[in-house]
Ligand binder design. Structure first.
Ligand SMILES: Nc1ncnc2c1ncn2[C@@H]1O[C@H](COP(=O)(O)OP(=O)(O)OP(=O)(O)O)[C@@H](O)[C@H]1O
Ligand SMILES: [Mg+2]
Length: 335
């Protein structure tokens, strides 16, 4: 069995909120990502996806729990070790305009990570920047330009070039195409997929767009109010989502395919405030299958398939999974 590239053990992140209260953005998440894997992370707005990305890249410290990267504990590391780690774990954000220094040419922006993480000379760096521009299909002329002179799609290519400059082993992508024009999204996703295939970098793709996640990832994590409620092979979860929450999420995204068989699990009410969470299963306040037991402690994970490979295990944290299973089955005629 491969050693996981990154492993989170019971990771918690709390933020201070108004009036001395605390928001638990990530609530005891345990997960692992294998080298070269492509993993999707989905969940409603406010479910803690970005926070989980920031924790994994160590851009924000954990409140409790452990993070292990390539067998080494990285929960608390020195600044020096952090600099080294930074070259291994990179993040691409939703907004490429905000991610780049507006007063620097994009060529200089792309040279920065090389300065930080490689011993290259100035001349070698120029060559490396030119190579990176080729890798992300950015016209050479744009290297002399400033961010405001480039399109959103081109700027995101610059951000991707910066992220891969240090040859990272994990790339966290937080809604990398959602701020871009529809017409350029597919090209960016294809680029990211090719980079993964060519370099073996593992990808964590955070996205609201379920179709993108279905297309781009092999494994899926479903987050609800800071907790993973279901995880497993992407294909399997899309065909047979097991958690009532996953079913709700998927049915909100009805397929265009008219032959898809779909019955909708109704939900009640709105997503609860993270300041006032229900006890027990966090979805219990909206779940139509709720029983008294659901309000007594977070449900244990049940494994739904017999796979022994960690990347293929399909598991769900629901007491009512047997009753929920008939609710939603999607039969695409092309699959
Ligand atoms: N810096 C912060 N300070 C206080 N609360 C925060 C902070 N960052 C996130 N939160 C809170 O933590 C919870 C999770 O937020 P997060 O941004 O991780 O969700 P998300 O799943 O990425 O949402 P979206 O889909 O809207 O991007 C939310 O309740 C949010 O208000
Ligand atoms: Mg977010």
């Amino acid at each position: 069995m491969n050693r996981p590239l990154i492993e989170l053990r019971a990771v918690v992140k709390k933020f201070p909120a108004e009036g001395g209260a605390q928001v638990t953005a990530v609530d005891g998440v345990s997960l692992s990502i294998q080298p070269g894997e492509s993993v999707g992370l989905v969940g409603e707005s406010g479910s803690g996806k970005s926070t989980l990305g920031l924790l994994m890249t160590r851009l924000t410290p954990v409140s409790s729990g452990q993070i292990i990267f390539d067998g080494q504990g990285i929960t608390h590391v020195s600044d020096d070790a952090m600099r080294q780690l930074r070259s291994q774990i990179q993040m691409v954000f939703q907004d490429p305009w905000g991610a780049l220094n507006p007063r620097m040419t994009v060529g200089r922006s792309m040279a920065e990570p090389l300065k930080l993480h490689t011993p290259l000379s100035e001349a070698q760096r120029q060559l490396a920047v030119s190579d990176l521009a080729d890798r992300v299909h950015l016209p050479k002329a744009s290297l002399q330009r400033f961010p405001h002179e480039l399109s959103g799609g081109q700027l995101q290519r610059v951000c991707i070039a910066r992220a891969i400059a240090s040859k990272p082993r994990l790339l966290v992508l937080d809604e990398p195409t959602s701020s871009l024009d529809l017409s350029v999204r597919a090209g960016i996703l294809e680029l990211l997929d090719n980079i993964r295939k060519e370099t073996g970098v593992a990808l964590l793709l955070i996205s609201h767009d379920l179709e993108t996640v279905e297309l781009m990832t092999k494994r899926l994590l479903v987050l609800y109010l800071g907790k993973v409620v279901e995880q497993g092979p992407t294909r399997e979860i899309f065909h047979q989502p097991a958690h009532p929450y996953t079913q709700t999420l998927m049915s909100a995204n009805l397929p265009a395919d008219p032959t898809a068989v779909l019955s909708r699990l109704p939900t009640v009410g709105e997503i609860p405030s993270p300041l006032n969470l229900p006890s027990g299963c966090l979805f219990s306040s909206r779940c139509t299958l709720v029983r008294a037991q659901c309000q007594q402690g977070f449900p244990a994970f049940s494994i739904l398939n017999e796979s022994m490979a960690p990347a293929d295990v399909h598991e769900v944290a629901c007491n009512r999974v047997a009753d929920a299973s008939h609710w939603l089955t999607r039969n695409h005629h092309n699959s």
